[in-house]
Design a binder for this molecule. Structure first.
Ligand code: ADP
Length: 368
């Protein structure tokens, strides 16, 4: 149960991407169906959560890394669902979600990137943009809120902006949820049919729908002109919500795995602090703490190796289907220091583990 082709290979947009040739109802690379996708996503969620904690810890210790997930798509494409179901798998403290609506009077007085800059994730965070600066070349273009001479220059400007953001340590993952017009019609109608969903309906959604083709053209330009090496777009088929969520989960896990995250080294000495703490304890509490010590150490070792296994499984899953899917040092016990590329260091161990995993699966089958 895994992807047959890496989602980042399947969905990465380029200057030649043609949206009308991408089937929004397809589920490429995943043959196992919806229920298996849910199960798989929960497993990956555990890894995502672990990696996010390391990113957060690094941020607290002065590290500069962060991740920014940009989610765009027509109304009802599932932007909110991505935030709830994918980012919902990690500690909310580490996530900074921002939605961008019609600019406020204050925002209107500034450059369109002003509000975006202010919302960029702090180091250690996973930032999520539900809509983004891309609205300034989407709705703004379709509704002719500024003349073409103005929006036309923005693609280049956005590319330069994102390059700078990336240089400062933020990995940008841009997802366009690619929905079919039919599916949008059904989703909007459901919002009308269900009184408990009326709050989600906005009459403007029908106005935007009436401009579907103009929006598709605007999206087409976005993905062709702003899918760069540093900040590529992924055009993710979104008629099946479970598929889109699964793909975004994998994209995020990959972004974090590629960072080769480790726990930060403390700026103090463990032994010194242990001595200081002991001096504040009653003798029987100190004795109790000494007894607890080995259990805590063993628990840490177990946990560290479980997480390293999960990372290795992730790397192995894609090594099998694609020889060079992820970079640098992700397979090592410590989750790897940042390397210069190449395969995970402990390939031998990885193979061993893979064998073990297969055996586990075999045994499971036997017992079924
Ligand atoms: P959503 O539809 O995402 O649930 P809202 O109902 O708040 O959220 O709608 C946000 C609206 O704000 C969308 O119609 C979007 O096109 C609009 N919007 C976002 N950014 C801009 C912008 N820069 N200029 C004009 N309109 C914008």
């Amino acid at each position: 149960m895994t992807f047959t082709t890496a989602p980042w290979e399947l969905h990465r947009a380029s200057a030649t991407t043609v949206l009308s040739q991408i089937d929004p109802s397809a589920t490429p690379g995943w043959d196992a169906g919806k229920n298996a996708a849910r199960e798989f996503m929960a497993e990956r969620g555990a890894l995502l959560s672990e990696l996010q904690e390391r990113l957060y810890a690094q941020g607290r210790a002065g590290g500069q890394d962060s991740v920014l997930l940009v989610v765009q798509g027509m109304d009802t494409a599932g932007k909110g669902g991505i935030c709830r179901h994918v980012l919902g798998m990690v500690d909310p403290q580490g996530v900074a979600l921002r939605s961008f609506g019609v600019p406020t009077p204050e925002e209107k007085r500034h450059h369109y990137l002003w509000r975006i800059r202010k919302a960029l994730p702090e180091p250690g965070r996973i930032g999520v943009f539900d809509r983004s600066h891309y609205e300034d070349v989407l709705v703004v273009r379709v509704d002719e809120l500024v003349p073409p001479t103005v929006w036309d220059k923005r693609y280049e400007e956005i590319n330069r902006f994102e390059e700078k953001v990336t240089e400062s340590g933020t990995t940008i993952v841009k997802v366009m949820l690619h929905l079919s017009k039919q599916e949008q019609g059904l989703r909007l109608m459901e919002r009308l049919d269900r009184s408990d969903k009326h709050w989600k309906f906005n009459p403007n959604d029908v106005d935007s729908r009436q401009k579907w083709e103009a929006y598709q053209e605007a999206y087409q330009d976005v993905v062709q002109l702003t899918s760069t090496d540093v900040a590529p777009w992924y055009v993710v088929p979104a008629d099946h919500k479970w598929y889109a969520r699964l793909v975004v989960t994998e994209l995020l896990v990959r972004a974090l795995v590629n960072k080769g995250l480790t726990w930060p080294t403390p700026q103090w000495h463990v032994d010194v602090q242990r001595r200081r703490l002991l001096e504040t304890m009653a003798p029987d509490t100190a004795g109790q703490a000494a007894e607890n010590g080995p259990t805590a150490v063993a628990k840490t070792a177990r946990h560290t190796s479980e997480v390293a296994d999960m990372v290795r499984d992730f790397v192995n899953d894609y090594e099998r289907v694609n020889p060079a899917p992820v970079t640098a040092g992700q397979g090592s016990e410590t989750l790897g220091a940042k390397g210069e590329g190449g395969p995970p260091e402990d390939t031998k161990k990885s193979k061993k583990k893979k064998g073990k995993k297969k055996d586990k699966k075999k045994n499971k089958k036997k017992s079924e």
